[in-house]
Design a protein around this ligand. Structure first.
Ligand SMILES: NC(=O)c1ccc[n+]([C@@H]2O[C@H](COP(=O)([O-])OP(=O)(O)OC[C@H]3O[C@@H](n4cnc5c(N)ncnc54)[C@H](OP(=O)(O)O)[C@@H]3O)[C@@H](O)[C@H]2O)c1
Length: 291
């Protein structure tokens, strides 16, 4: 199949590589052009603009950072991809955005006769590399079915939650769990160390209990070695919790714990850890002690 792929960051580069590995014909674009080089070396066509990545595509995937980045690359600038996708083709956006932004993009697509599927993902760098992501999809059932084989080339499961907006809703809910697990683990480590328990003993105690999320074990080496190269950049978790908070505001509901986590991540990002992995929140909380 002819596929366009826009956004080759930590996740997009690995997802596009999976599609290429399945024998699809790929045209790829990234704002920082150099990131397309490894895929081009494996046979993808490096397009000079989002519009060129979309021109011949039967399905166009986007994996960008924020709702604003999606809008900019899709419609808001010259050479964006939506106007050059042919009517009847599918745009599948995998970016983590909020349901309202997603529905706005679906309307932009519909105005051009393009079918829109949202397919944000649960899973990080390694699941993306191994094709083990879980896609949380929203859109018309027939459209989701049409892209399902492509999603399953990049992941192990597709959950179709309903119309456009349902995928983002599930994704933001998942990231409340993720943020809660990461930030409370950072606090648990902080308290245990302050009370004198050796770090290695603490890891043994905390990671073995049912209350610990399984992904935390995969963060152990980073935290122990203080090596916080990003698998999931902290600033994007901050963004996701902000999107959850604004979606909650629009619905007139309260998310007190999510908002507290969001502010903790804002402080960590403000201290220069935004581009580091989410586990860097552990390093942030280790700082400072009252006299
Ligand atoms: N990493 C994870 O574990 C993970 C897991 C699940 C979901 N997600 C979500 O997946 C999305 C991508 O995450 P990631 O970790 O791959 O992030 P990333 O490595 O920071 O990649 C972000 C991508 O967006 C592009 N971009 C940013 N602003 C842009 C703009 N204004 N115009 C055009 N392109 C723009 C970047 O281009 P440049 O290369 O030029 O900066 C890059 O290709 C985010 O929504 C994130 O929340 C991430």
């Amino acid at each position: 199949m002819r596929i366009g792929f826009v956004g080759l960051g930590i996740m997009g580069s690995r997802m596009a590589a999976r599609l290429l590995g399945q024998g699809h014909e790929l045209a790829v674009w990234n704002r920082t052009a150099g990131k397309a080089a490894p895929l081009a070396a494996r046979g993808a066509r490096a397009a000079p603009s989002p519009a060129e990545a979309a021109r011949d595509a039967e399905v166009l995937f986007s994996m960008l950072s924020t709702p604003e980045a999606v809008r900019e690359s899709a419609v808001a600038r010259p050479d964006t991809f939506l106007p050059s996708l042919r009517p009847g083709r599918i745009w599948a956006d995998c970016t983590t955005v909020d349901p309202a932004s997603c529905r706005a993009m679906a309307r932009e697509a519909a105005a051009r006769g393009v079918r829109f599927v949202e397919a944000p993902v649960a899973g990080s760098l390694l699941p993306a590399e191994r094709g083990e992501l879980v896609f949380l999809a929203g859109g018309e059932a027939a459209d989701v079915e049409e892209v399902r084989p492509l999603l399953l080339a990049m992941g192990k499961k597709v959950v179709h939650g309903g119309p456009v907006g349902a995928g983002s809703a599930m994704k933001l809910a998942v990231n409340i769990l993720l943020g809660g697990a990461m930030t409370s683990f950072a606090e648990a480590l902080r308290l245990g160390s302050a009370l004198g328990v050796p770090r290695a003993t603490l890891f043994e105690a905390l990671l073995g209990v049912p209350a610990a999320a399984p992904f935390l074990a995969g963060k152990r080496r980073k935290i122990e070695e203080g090596e916080y190269g990003a698998e999931f950049p902290l600033r994007w978790l901050h963004k996701d919790l902000h999107l959850a908070a604004t979606a909650a505001y629009a619905e007139g509901i309260a998310l007190p714990v999510t908002n507290a986590m969001k502010e903790l991540l804002a402080l960590a990002a403000g201290a220069g850890l935004g581009e580091q992995d989410i586990s860097a929140v552990c390093a942030f909380l280790q700082r400072g002690k009252l006299p």
